[in-house]
Design a protein around this ligand. Structure first.
Ligand code: FAD
Ligand code: AMP
Length: 474
């Protein structure tokens, strides 16, 4: 007889491990199956996010920002440091240590919450049985009343630029380069391309970013994207828009690239190439043929608004299903599904999931862009406020960017808040709270914000919606 659980979660990324912990908290006998192998060859819980995504990228972004500031920010404060050097071993080693601390932490949380962790590849069989294949090929089957599929995503590979993680890198490869490349090519000016491109640019690489689309950061608000583009160009990222990579050949210890734009074909050579053209839901080997779980045209597991697959007791969450591919979105789905299984009221509002890009300056937004509202025919009004007029930002020598608040023209309800500038990854939380409470621009405008703080930009932008910002002309 196979061991029986109330809940089996397949995948221990931020969607799966959170679902498992919440299910266990609710008194459900829970197992979590994950196949991720860490750098030390052992099981590493935490999925893409903790191992090769959110956490390591932020560690390298922070380290490289410190280095970059030495030459580009500190002199303005009257501080100079001669001959600053980066020890890449320590730089990467610090990141690895942080990853280990956090992936190990998930193991401890599993123990504390009595979640049983299985190491291996899980496959859903008919009847909510899960077959686990260990690395040594051994097989065992466990079963449960409910199975939560949280298998995440993997990088999309271009057929003519296959990953070898020596010359042609995916996200994992770009987080583990052992020598600063003189020339780094980045394909795709999305979140991952911009963040990892920034890391290596700050350490001195000449970075060329090729983006097939004519618009920069089309998912963000165009005003915000415009400011960001200018700043990234100042940093030295050479971003070529409307430039589609069509060939990548490894030659003479380098990668020869061919790309096409409106002027025709061009060739450039780089020492390493990061391909960051998006991620796809990962369901390889996850489902037996007769489970009844469906995939959509993009390979994502089909779910309803309660993350249910339509097959009795089978749910799916995180990057493997529709919605933004963001860690916190998956985690909240994990909590909600565990609560639905336990007969409680789960809740995820995909309309207020915050987006953050941890570049310099940071970019963050929640809700709708002006473009979306125009398309939907929703009447709106806009207030903006520049960080250049925020005392704290000027004191930090980081007075770049702005906050933009969009509210309904008639009801004043907040529809979208968009930011580019210092610390906006944290500032966006206030906007999310306000939007989740169905707040108005007036609400944000009436809240007392501490002085001098960066949050005053949110306050003033909200005031500016009705042309009553204090520290700028309206
Ligand atoms: P994953 O994290 O992909 O986890 C899925 C897990 O399931 C993996 O461990 C996988 O090995 C395992 N698995 C898959 N199939 C099976 C199977 N059949 N059996 C057993 N195990 C299986 N998001 C943010 O919100 N903020 C960020 O700052 C951010 N930065 C990022 C930076 C980079 C470089 C990358 C690549 C991504 C970043 N993301 C960020 C996105 C974020 O990592 C994902 O949205 C998140 O990891 C998705 O969580 P998940 O649990 O759905 O899947
Ligand atoms: P994201 O999905 O946010 O990670 O962004 C990936 C980006 O890669 C998108 O903006 C795509 O337009 C871009 N992209 C996809 N294929 C190519 C290609 N062959 N050359 C250049 N850019 C590409």
């Amino acid at each position: 007889m196979s061991e029986k659980f109330d809940v089996i979660v397949i995948g221990a990324g931020p969607a799966g491990y959170v679902a498992a912990i919440r299910a266990a908290q609710l008194g459900l006998k829970t197992a979590c199956v994950d196949a991720f192998v860490g750098k030390d060859g052992k099981q590493a819980l935490g999925g893409t996010c903790l191992n090769v995504g959110c956490i390591p990228s932020k560690a390298l972004l922070d380290s490289s920002k410190q280095f970059h500031n030495l030459a580009h920010n500190l002199p303005a404060h009257g501080i100079s440091v001669e001959n600053a050097k980066v020890d890449l071993g320590t730089f990467i080693g610090r990141k690895d240590k942080i990853v280990k601390q956090f992936t190990g932490g998930i193991g401890q949380l599993f123990k504390a919450n009595k979640v049983t962790a299985f190491f291996g590849k899980g496959k859903l069989l008919k009847g909510n049985n899960v077959e686990i294949t260990g690395n040594d090929g051994s097989k065992q089957t466990i079963s449960a009343t409910n199975v939560i599929l949280a298998s995440g995503s993997v990088p999309i590979e271009l057929p003519f630029a296959k990953f070898d993680n020596k010359y042609i890198l995916d996200n994992a490869g770009a987080l583990d380069i052992n020598e600063v490349p003189k020339r780094l090519g980045v394909i795709g000016a999305g979140v991952i391309g911009l963040e990892l491109g920034s890391v290596w640019r700050r350490l001195g690489s000449e970075v060329t970013v090729l983006e097939a689309l004519p618009d920069f950061l089309g998912v963000a608000d165009p005003d915000i994207a415009k400011i960001a583009f200018k700043e990234f160009t100042k940093l030295g990222l050479d971003i070529k828009l409307g430039a589609k990579l069509s060939k990548a050949e490894i030659k003479n210890n380098a990668v020869a690239l061919t790309y096409e734009d409106k002027d025709g074909k061009h060739e450039i050579t780089v020492d390493k190439l990061l391909v960051a053209v998006g991620r796809r839901a990962y369901t390889d080997g996850l489902l037996a043929d007769d489970t009844g779980v469906k995939l959509d045209e993009r390979g994502r597991i089909v779910v309803d608004e309660h993350n249910h697959t339509g097959v009795d007791g089978v749910w799916a969450i995180g990057d493997a299903v529709r919605g933004p591919m963001l860690a916190h979105k998956g985690s909240e789905e994990g909590v909600a599904v565990a609560e639905w299984i336990a007969g409680k009221a789960g809740h995820v509002n995909l309309d207020t999931v915050p987006w953050v890009i941890y570049t310099e300056p940071e970019i963050a937004w929640a809700g709708k862009t002006e473009k979306q509202l125009k398309e939907e025919g929703v009447p709106y009004k806009v207030g903006t406020f520049p960080f250049a007029a925020i005392g704290r930002a000027v004191a930090m020598n980081e007075a770049i960017g702005q906050v933009k608040v969009i509210a309904h023209a008639d009801t004043d309800r907040l529809l979208g808040v968009h930011m580019v500038g210092p610390g906006v990854s944290e500032l966006i939380a206030e906007a999310v709270v306000a939007m989740e409470f169905k707040g108005s621009a007036e609400d944000l405008a009436r809240i007392v914000h501490a002085h001098p703080t960066l949050s005053e930009a949110v306050h003033e932008a909200a005031l500016s919606v009705d042309k009553r910002a204090i520290h700028k002309g309206n």
